[in-house]
Design a protein around this ligand. Sequence first.
Ligand SMILES: [Zn+2]
Length: 436
Amino acid sequence: MTNLNEYLGGKIFNAKELTPDLKKILLDQGAMQTDATYQIKGERYCRRCLMRLPQKSGKYSYCRHCINLGKISSRDALLITSSDVVFPVQEEYLSWNGVLTSNQQRGVHELLNAFNSHKDHLVWAVTGAGKTEMIFPLIEQALIKQQRVAICSPRVDVCIELFPRLQKVFPKTTIGLFHGKSLERYHLTKIAVMTIHQLIRFEKAFDVLIIDEVDSYPLAGNQMLHQAIKKSKKDMGMTIYLSATPPKKLLQKVEKGQITLTKLYQRFHGHPLPEPHCHLLFKEINFLGINPRLRLKLNQIVNNHQRLMIFFPSISVMEKFAQKLGKYYPTLSFVSVSSLDKKRLEKVQQFREHQVQAILTTTILERGVTFKRVIVLVLNADAKEFSRTSLIQIAGRAGRDKKYFDDEVHYYYRYYNLQIHQACREIRYLNQQVKK
Ligand SMILES: [Zn+2]
């Protein structure tokens, strides 16, 4: 027996992948069948990802943009299932006894206002402001109104961190975690946690779309993913953007009054963001091993048994450094992670559980992860892989715990460039706003 839940909820299927029986059932349930492509001004577009198909070479063309989700050609038809679903009413949705700070309460109030007026909303909250807790009451309101909520991030790691937190506070509500690497098959749930890429598979599916880390790779500047956000939202639905470093385009929309804004300049524990210490290195980092200025810092950290995160611009730089680190500091236990690392989640967990003293990482851990009491170093902070926003996010990994709010952050570089200057200036600016 087919589990219909794996199909319902505004999901897009290539009609040829469904059996005639299943197709009939889904059509009876309100699904819509449509051509897989459509034409505007002589150009052909893909109905699933809304991107333009290449100029026709043969008789049929297919969409290369969303090919990862299965091939769609101009002769295919799509079946888009109904998103009109009635969920059973629950007595209680949110089960959380945490206390919100007055700033967070203001944010909740502003979010609920936006929800009630069907307006898109941006939450600009410094790293560690506690933005996740702020969305709980909003999700609760949506659930009470029988609405469906999707919480999306461009980053798998962020989704994986978020999922258990939501399960804990909405214990009786169905929640799904869907991303390219997960084994869980899609099924209809009231709350869906997923990567932005997954949204391409949906049309008019969600009443409330919460987009976390809206400025981060690969969402930033990606037309297909931005279109997927618009397309997967219901006509009367709303989108909430969460970011510590919002992109200019969103701030311009705020200025034009198209979306409303909540600003949170203060971390939940009320202490300022750690301001980075800047170190100009006169020699290459790999000159004769490890640069002496850096070594001084490392000696202090290793001798004091302090916990350490080191960020690198690339895997190759990280790997070379890891070898030297192991040689100079044989007593230092550490792991290194990157986007290509299959054991990344386990290694992050090892660091979290204090099984190792240090974690070496690329920008993959620049956001969405929280550790207590950790010194943060960025090597080659002037490298092109570190933007202003990633340097701010990385600095935000430090000082997240109330007791250890003043963790140190150090940027090491050979050229003091614009991104370093802007990151330091913005962190100082945010801290000054709190004092005002
Ligand atoms: Zn496509």
